[in-house]
Design a protein. Structure first.
Length: 443
């Protein structure tokens, strides 16, 4: 161990280098180096304009052509140096004595001085003689780099536009649509959802749920499909009590378009279609299975050309608090702007902007909108309800999704009083592919 330097243990070092033979180790002082063997190879420089080169530039400078020097080094011929001999010195960074190589060409050859080190290649030129040429080469290299970058700017702009469009797209990819949606898991000791026992009509898939106003004194809800089929459901005090849904149809809706939103006020039903038309259905119950509706007295809703309503909600001020000049308030979500609910107030017979409410991301599915007093209720397909106040000073609230481990698609929600929320969901039957509605109560 006295013959070996300290540091790495000898048994490790000897094992690591046991395959090394003299044929594998080459020193720079050797004359019989393999063909194309190089201890250092300088990088190629790229200049925008070809710089003039002296007549001696074609000579070999340390076995490298002139174009192979990096931008920081200038190439000069024999006449620039005024010398008849060339010296080529290679020194490794660790200062090993074996890495010294001196080359002396024959008399009359082109000359250059080239010092190569393992960390960098340094040309031994005087700064006073060649500083200006080297600085010009550096500037040319920088200008060339900027020119290349400017050429890439249009492609970089297109790439940014594509990335922005992909991140803001409301439509999920085909692969994402095929993935199973996560099912909320129940929390320990949490108040679970209560599913009402309702005998629904066959082949009935409602998307809108309307709670009866307190002024009429009826504990009922109305479920409506987008094409005008509805059902009145009495809300039992106990969820296990069996109730029968009474089916009916909305008269006059087919001519106005698909239903986008609705409300049940003390004057009856108010409907908003996807094209912005408004209908009023007088009364609080259908007659002979039909609830007659006609065009409302309000002006058409301000829907931009080429857009449709994805969701809508309607509310009125109570009769005792209604101002003479103020009319109903609507919330509109457009297909081209699915993350914003625009509020409009009817004043003196015209619709005026009242504000905007942020709609949480909903992965391309339709959010459900309804009003509870001055609050806008937004339900997403997972079942969570966001309560957004329209009056100043009120705080927003969040109602968690029902977590009983059942996969459902939630469509709508309404306030049933006493702090309870009624949710309307669709659930696929176990024995068939048909979807059946469910009425769910949660605090």
């Amino acid at each position: 161990s006295l013959m070996k330097p300290p540091g790495e243990p000898p048994w490790i070092r000897d094992t690591k280098y046991r395959h090394f033979t003299p044929a594998m180790v080459h020193l720079s002082m050797e004359t019989g180096l393999p063909e194309q063997y190089r201890l250092f190879s300088a990088s190629n420089a790229r200049y925008s304009d070809e710089a003039p080169v002296a007549h001696g530039a074609s000579s070999a400078l340390g076995q490298h052509p002139v174009a192979s020097f990096s931008p920081g080094f200038a190439a000069f011929g024999a006449d620039d140096h005024g010398a008849d001999s060339a010296t080529h010195v290679e020194e490794p960074s660790n200062g090993d004595d074996s890495a010294t190589h001196v080359e002396e060409p024959s008399h009359g050859a082109d000359t250059a001085t080239h010092v190569e080190e393992s960390s960098a290649a340094v040309v031994n030129h005087s700064a006073a003689d060649h500083g200006t040429a080297a600085g010009a080469h550096r500037r040319l290299a920088i200008d060339g780099a900027f020119e290349e970058l400017l050429k890439l700017m249009p492609q970089l702009g297109d790439l940014v536009d594509m990335a922005t469009a992909a991140s803001s797209s409301k439509e999920p990819s085909a692969f994402a649509k095929e993935l199973p949606q996560p099912v909320p898991q129940p929390n320990f000791m949490a108040y679970g959802p209560k599913v009402h026992s309702v005998a629904w009509p066959a082949l009935f898939e409602p998307k809108h749920l309307l709670c009866a106003p307190k002024s009429i004194g009826q504990n009922k809800v109305v479920a409506l499909s987008p094409r005008g089929v509805g059902a009145i459901v009495p809300v039992a005090e106990h969820e296990d009590d069996k109730v029968q849904a009474e089916i009916f149809s909305l008269g006059g809706l087919n001519e106005a378009g698909k239903l986008a939103g609705a409300a049940w006020t003390q004057r009856g039903l108010h409907l908003i279609t996807s094209v912005g038309k408004m209908l009023h259905c007088d009364g609080h119950s259908p007659i002979d299975g039909r609830w007659a509706c006609q065009a409302a007295e309000h002006e058409p809703l301000p829907i931009p050309a080429g857009n449709e309503l994805l969701a809508a909600a309607y509310t009125e001020l109570p009769e005792d608090a209604k101002a003479a000049s103020q009319g109903p308030l609507v919330a509109l979500v457009l297909t081209n702007f699915p993350n914003v609910a625009a509020l409009y107030r009817s004043i003196d017979g015209a619709w005026h902007p009242e504000g905007e409410v942020h709609v949480p991301p909903h992965s391309g599915s339709r959010p459900g909108l309804s009003f509870d007093g001055d609050d806008l209720l937004i339900i997403l397909s997972g079942g969570e309800v966001h309560r957004r106040p329209t009056a100043r000073g009120a705080a927003a609230q969040f109602h968690a999704a029902p977590a009983d481990g059942t996969a459902r698609e939630f469509c709508s929600a309404c306030a049933a009083g006493q702090g309870k929320l009624l949710r309307l969901a669709l659930r696929q039957g176990q024995s068939s592919a048909a979807w059946k509605p469910e009425l769910i109560t949660m605090l």
